[in-house]
Design a binder for this molecule. Sequence first.
Ligand SMILES: [Zn+2]
Ligand SMILES: [Zn+2]
Length: 375
Amino acid sequence: MKTRIALLREMGLPRPYTQSRPLKIVEAELDEPGPGEMLVKLAAAGLCHSDLSTINADRPRTMPMAIGHEASGIVEKLGPGAARFAPGDHVVMVFVPSCGHCVPCAEGRPALCEPGAAANGAGTLLSGDRRIESGGETVNHHLGVSAFSDRVVVSQNSCVKIDKDIPLDRAALLGCAVLTGVGAVLNSGELRPGQDVAIIGLGGVGLAGLLGAVAGGARRIVAVDLAKDKRDFALELGATHAIDPTEDGAVETVKEWTDGGVDLAVELAGAVPALKFAYTITRRGGTTVTAGLPHPDAELSFAPVSLTAEERVLKGSYVGSCVPVRDIPRYAAMMMDGRLPIEKLMTHTIALEDINEGFERLAAGEAIRQVVVFD
Ligand SMILES: [Zn+2]
Ligand SMILES: [Zn+2]
């Protein structure tokens, strides 16, 4: 089976990407789906900051790789034993496959699946196999998805079925931005109605988290980002306050707005100063969630006595502590009835050929969520 893929051969090429063109759209050959795998025709794929982190080498991965990890599609063909799906099913892909049998999976924490993490680290499907070849060489899969492709072979454990009345373009965002952002607030942060929340980092994932805080009944929602246009957009989406964390007295200002600090601060910026700010504006007894992905060498220092004396919680959140088969249909239903207006985050629709232009726009901070729509 022939397909086109977005092939990344070399990380860390210089910007602008419109000139260095790190992604090449090339023809590739897909193997038949193996046991528990299926062939999926892509409908839409979102451009996410973690794709950019692979392109710019902040999160190095094994090259060459067919990248992209946030997608929706339609099942075309089942491999042996892919019994949970049928051809024609609409699916959202999840960028951590879950085996269902390891300790985290058994404990109801499939986002931490151990074979899933190992496969993602190796650039294979959950089976340990690679199913893409291009120009005579084997190509690595990106997080079991490789979304910027016309067709992909994926593990059925990387997919969740959705209703056919859900528009597939915005459904793609359920797989990363929504699962990660909304989940960080509602699952990891355990937001309760009436609590004060801060969202630190207002990219696609952060703004999805903000929509989650609105839907979850937060009282005051403080939007934090260095960029004024992002803060303004957050105010349109339901934030009650917005602040530049580098402005003089920013911590005191947030504490004033929220009578001593927020109950829940969720950091989605992936930078240590952002996490420090999030921790500092959290009230006594409050929770700070970090769902950003800072550079592996980054370190955080703070006075741990506050954890004890103020009963503070500092908590990590991966893929929004999700249970995909539970959360994706739930968020999809909230999207369809208008309580999670995800479509507001979709700033651009682009063709696969224009993907380098898309990543340059993302790197320049000129887009929230851009979606590649396939024919
Ligand atoms: Zn992502
Ligand atoms: Zn598992």
